[in-house]
Design a binder for this molecule. Structure first.
Ligand code: PLP
Length: 356
């Protein structure tokens, strides 16, 4: 057993995927399981697949390559981040389809696909106001016509992404707009578009009540992975959050004052520390894990009477004064994660990944 580590409960991830997939199916929606926060971890992906997701999506080519090597040709892979012009050959080689908003890149994808004897799927992204990626709504029709004329690609769908940069929430109104654009394009082209993809985890809260008819696809990571409703910042009904557990070892435990002593400058990252509340003498601990692997905000202690105080690159400071277990050096503490912590811990090569 080695610390620090992140324990991956695949059975619980599968449960989450099952509940989300079922809910979506009732509204005629298929789900791409998004694996990027786990670096395309194949065990996580397998759990999603067993739970009923229909395909995988990831923002990075190397993660998709992982998935392709493990699952072979049988799964459909979607590249989420707009392709780099310098990587179009690899994109076509690895992914079945990609999200796009730049004509110049789509032309290059078409040339690459033709060279490889393939047809690459294009999901045209529409910016409905969040101001991350996507064509402005007035420009989508022309782009769709253009895509359909290119030999190496086909218009696989329309998509949008919300709640990412601008924090704009998906609503019946803005997703309705996407459906409407899709209908106009289908009429114009005289053929069906496979997917109208209504966003990420933040669209799930509309299922069952307010998701416009015509939305038939979502790309879901966070809610399956850690059970968080990203629109409402609360637990999503029918999912669990104890899917990934970070464990780190106690390397110091001493009674110290709760307020630092001396003239205050800056912390390890050049930030001016806020003066902590004076709670007198407290038993404090240091865990062997730090900002290189986690961020102290968004970690939730699973052990009773543990408070997070802060972190530097390699140390996590905790108040363990009220913990009833008489913690000793060499013991470990456990934490559930938010999205940022999942991302960091899975990316850090210093954190052992333990698959259960
Ligand atoms: C990351 C991402 C998703 C998934 O987001 P979650 O909030 O994890 O569900 C979906 N679509 C795009 C374009 C993304 O970049």
């Amino acid at each position: 057993m080695s610390f620090p580590r992140i324990v991956i409960h695949t059975g619980r991830i599968k449960e989450n995927a099952q509940n989300i997939s079922e809910l979506a199916r009732k509204d005629g929606i298929s789900i791409s399981g998004v694996t990027k926060a786990t670096c395309g971890n194949v065990h996580v992906a397998k759990a999603m697949l067993e739970g009923g997701v229909n395909s995988f999506a990831d923002s990075r080519l190397s993660n998709l390559r992982n998935l392709r090597n493990y699952f072979g040709k049988d799964v459909t892979l979607l590249l989420l981040r707009l392709p780099m012009l310098s990587k179009v050959d690899e994109v076509v080689e690895t992914a079945d389809a990609s999200l796009n908003s730049e004509i110049r890149v789509i032309e290059a994808l078409s040339r690459a696909a033709k060279k490889q004897g393939k047809k690459h799927g294009i999901m045209l992204m529409v910016d409905l106001g969040d101001l991350r990626e996507g064509l402005w709504t007035d420009d989508v029709m022309e782009a769709a016509r253009f895509v359909e004329k290119l030999p190496g690609v086909y218009l696989q769908g329309l998509g949008t992404n919300l709640t990412c940069y601008g924090g704009i929430l998906p609503t019946e109104e803005n997703l309705g707009k996407l459906v409407e654009i899709g209908q106009n394009i289908q009429e114009d082209l005289g053929k069906e578009i496979c997917y109208i993809s209504g966003g990420n985890s933040s669209s799930l809260h509309l299922l069952g009540t307010g998701i416009p008819r015509g939305i038939n696809h979502l790309r879901v990571g966070e809610t399956i992975l850690i059970g968080n409703d990203t629109a409402l910042s609360e637990p999503f009904p029918g999912t669990r959050a104890d899917t990934f557990v970070i464990q780190a070892e106690l390397i110091e435990a001493k009674v110290k004052p709760s307020v630092p002593i001396g003239k205050v400058g800056v912390d390890a990252f050049g930030r001016i520390p806020k003066k902590p509340e004076d709670r007198g003498l407290r038993r404090r601990g240091i865990l062997a894990i730090g900002e290189q692997d986690i961020q102290p905000e968004g970690l939730t202690p699973m052990d009773p009477g543990v408070d997070i105080l802060g972190a530097s690159s390699d140390h996590l400071l905790v108040d363990i004064n009220d913990n009833p277990d008489e913690l000793r050096i060499g013991d470990y503490l456990s934490f559930t994660v938010d999205y940022g912590n999942l991302l960091r811990a899975m990316t850090s090569s210093y954190v052992e990944k333990v698959v259960l």
